[in-house]
Design a protein around this ligand. Structure first.
Ligand code: 6PG
Ligand code: NI
Length: 183
C-alpha cells in the first residue's frame, strides 16, 4: 500500500511526467509485427515511435498507476505512428486518457465493435473495461502527448490485439488522415 502522499507533474514542453520512476522507449523494431508494411518497417528499425514515462505504485487493489505517453510524428509506409495497443487482463478495469498536446485518435475494439475517438488537449477519453485500445498520432509535425490513469490491478494482455485485431488502421491522407478497413 502506498503510505505517503506524493506528487507528479505533467511537463508538457518535455512530453514527460516529472516524478516518474520508469521510462520505456518503443522503436519500429519493437513493433515489427504490428505495422502493416513489414518490408518498410524493416528499413526503419531504430526509429523511435513512442516513449512512456510512468510512476509505479504497488499493484494492489485501490492503487492507481499513471503515465505520460509521447507518440512521435511519423509513419511507416503511410501508416501513422501509433502505440502497440492492448487489452487489460482484468477486463473489469477502466482507464482514462487526457490529451496534453497534439492531435490523435484512440482506437477501441470490443468483439466486432469498433470506435475511433479523437484526442486533443484537455479532452479526456473514458475507456471502459473490456475494450482493447491503441492510440495514433494523426499529425505529421507534432508529437501526440497524453496522460493515462488506470487501476494498478488492470494487468496487460498484448496478445488481445492479435486475437481480435482492430477493424481499422490509420493512414496519412494529405495533411489529414484516413481510417482504412482491415480485411
Ligand atoms: C496503459 C495505458 C497506456 C499505454 C501506453 C503505451 O494501460 O498503461 O493504456 O499507458 O500503455 O500508451 O501503449 P502500449 O501499452 O499499447 O504500448
Ligand atoms: Ni491501457
Amino acid at each position: 500500500m502506498t503510505e505517503k502522499p506524493f506528487i507528479t507533474r505533467i511537463v508538457p514542453e518535455e512530453f514527460r511526467l516529472d516524478g516518474a520512476d520508469s521510462l520505456s522507449i518503443t522503436t519500429v523494431k519493437d513493433m515489427a509485427s504490428i505495422f502493416l508494411s513489414k518490408s518498410i518497417a524493416a528499413t526503419m528499425q531504430d526509429r523511435i515511435v513512442y516513449r512512456v514515462t510512468k510512476r509505479n505504485v504497488p499493484l494492489e487493489s485501490g492503487e492507481l498507476l499513471q503515465c505520460i505517453t509521447e507518440i512521435l510524428p511519423g509513419d511507416c509506409d503511410g501508416e501513422l505512428f501509433m502505440t502497440k495497443g492492448h487489452g487489460h487482463s482484468n477486463s473489469a478495469c477502466a482507464e482514462i486518457y487526457l490529451g496534453i498536446s497534439g492531435r490523435g485518435l484512440v482506437l477501441l475494439q470490443r468483439g466486432n465493435e469498433f470506435q475511433a475517438i479523437e484526442l486533443e488537449k484537455y479532452k479526456s477519453v473514458y475507456i471502459p473495461g473490456g475494450w482493447n485500445h491503441r492510440t495514433v498520432n494523426v499529425s505529421s509535425e507534432a508529437p501526440l502527448v497524453f496522460y493515462s490513469i488506470w487501476p494498478a490491478q488492470s494487468g496487460y494482455d498484448y496478445d488481445a490485439i492479435f486475437r481480435n485485431p482492430f477493424s481499422k488502421r490509420v493512414f496519412k491522407d494529405g495533411s489529414s488522415y484516413k481510417l482504412v478497413g482491415v480485411q
